[in-house]
Design a protein around this ligand. Structure first.
Ligand code: NDP
Ligand code: MG
Length: 382
């Protein structure tokens, strides 16, 4: 029996993780659930899964959640500091980081320090502080299991291959809703169009990141750290059907891919149950339903975020942290109708020019970089 903490249980990944856990009550038990402000859903989840602790990071819903769960002897706390403490509880075996954005960084660090296995959905953590996180995980003997479907695919392709260096990996991208469109079309995108992803139903932030190809850019940086690669070893290819989830190529030229229908429950379940594959009733892929699996290069001239992410992946230091913070502010501004779709890249590029570069930042430097970038990005938007 594995005792699981889900940070961000009310989100797209969080709710799908709970479906996986509900289907395997003999293997998993919920110890901690957290959300930001969705009081109704977290109360319903807590009533169903009976965790030891529930934490809401938006303190305004604390009383409501406390009143609903206190009679059930479920402890309720508020604020991100409570999350940082709770992930270290001795009763937790594994922490699933399914909260969105930079907010995932500190809880992940605290969980690794307390030697909890990490199922990592929150890619922003590795983008901001990949070097620090990977070194800490290694020093603490803590495994990090990727939940992101592309990274799970690569992780699955690498089982049994630890003696064999990678020549390169290929991350597949759906191309998002605006694949094949031109600059004139992108000028006037409405958020409703950008929020419609062709193949995946996800939270708003990652859905916009998928439309701008920033999601793939963040995944390039995530892959660099997870698999210890150089930027030149990471390729991106657009595969609109999202059946091949990613590929690896070894030094003999042989390639391995992991495939299946697009369903996040599979990589979530693989991370939770690793090293075992456990049964599932997820729909199966059938080759004859897909007579065409197609592949094409990404248009990085038009979707500039992917190029910017490649650039910061190479330059390193605090650049990925700047890129991430600027992107979070720009995406939020786009979702609030304050900037246009193509201005997201402009905000990021501007911040990369304005915030000073640090070659070897420590955690405190990164925290300061994040703050400074958010201020700069907000100034640019106003
Ligand atoms: P959602 O927006 O659906 O869910 C986010 C979760 O985080 C919710 O539980 C939300 O609470 C909580 N949350 C929001 N803001 C904060 C905050 N400031 N502090 C603490 N908690 C917060 O996101 P997704 O599930 O789509 O994505 C989660 C992470 O997983 C992201 O990093 C994303 O990149 C990654 N990922 C997601 C995939 C997907 O298919 N969705 C695929 C691969 C990776 P509340 O509901 O109360 O607001
Ligand atoms: Mg992905």
């Amino acid at each position: 029996m594995k005792n699981i903490a889900i940070l961000g249980s009310t989100g797209s990944i969080g709710t799908q993780a709970l479906e996986v856990i509900e289907a395997h009550p003999q293997l998993f038990q919920i110890e901690l659930l957290t959300c930001h402000k969705n009081s109704t859903l977290i109360v319903a989840q807590a009533k169903k899964f009976n965790p030891n602790v529930v934490i809401v990071t938006d303190e305004s819903i604390y009383k409501e959640v406390f009143d609903a769960l206190d009679p059930l002897h479920i402890k309720v706390y508020a604020g991100i500091a409570a999350v940082n403490n709770a992930v270290q509880m001795s009763t937790i075996d594994m922490v699933l980081t399914a909260l969105v954005g930079y907010a995932g960084l500190m809880p992940t660090i605290k969980a690794i320090e307390a030697k909890k296995s990490i199922a990592l959905a929150n890619k922003e953590t590795l983008v901001v502080a990949g070097e620090i996180i990977m070194k800490l995980a290694e020093a603490s003997g803590v495994p990090i299991f990727p939940v992101d479907s592309e990274h799970s695919a690569i992780f699955q392709c690498l089982v049994g291959e630890h003696q064999n260096p990678l020549e390169k990996i290929i991350l597949t991208a759906s191309g998002g809703p605006f694949r094949g469109k031109d600059a004139a079309f992108l000028q006037n995108i409405k958020k409703e169009q950008a929020l419609k992803h062709p193949n995946w139903v996800m939270g708003a932030k990652i859905t916009i990141d998928s439309a701008t190809l920033m999601n793939k850019g963040l995944e390039v940086i995530e892959a660099k750290w997870l698999f210890g690669l150089r930027t030149e070893q990471i390729e991106v290819i657009v595969h609109p059907q999202s059946i091949v989830h990613s590929l690896v190529q070894f030094e003999d030229g042989s390639m391995k891919a992991q495939m299946g229908l697009p369903d996040m429950k599979l990589p979530i379940q693989y991370a939770l149950a690793y090293p075992k594959r456990i049964p599932s009733d997820f729909p199966r892929f059938n080759f004859t339903d897909y007579s065409n699996l197609t592949f094409e290069p990404p248009n990085i001239k038009l979707f500039r975020n992917l190029q910017l992410a490649y650039d910061v992946c190479s330059s390193g230091g605090n650049h990925p942290c700047i890129l991430n913070a600027a992107n979070e502010i720009a995406v939020e501004a786009f979702l609030n109708d304050r900037i246009k779709f193509l201005q997201i890249s402009e905000v990021i590029e501007n911040c990369l020019e304005k915030v000073s570069y640090l070659r070897a930042p420590n955690l405190e430097d990164l925290i300061n970089t994040d703050k400074e970038t958010r201020t700069k990005a907000n100034e640019l938007i106003h």
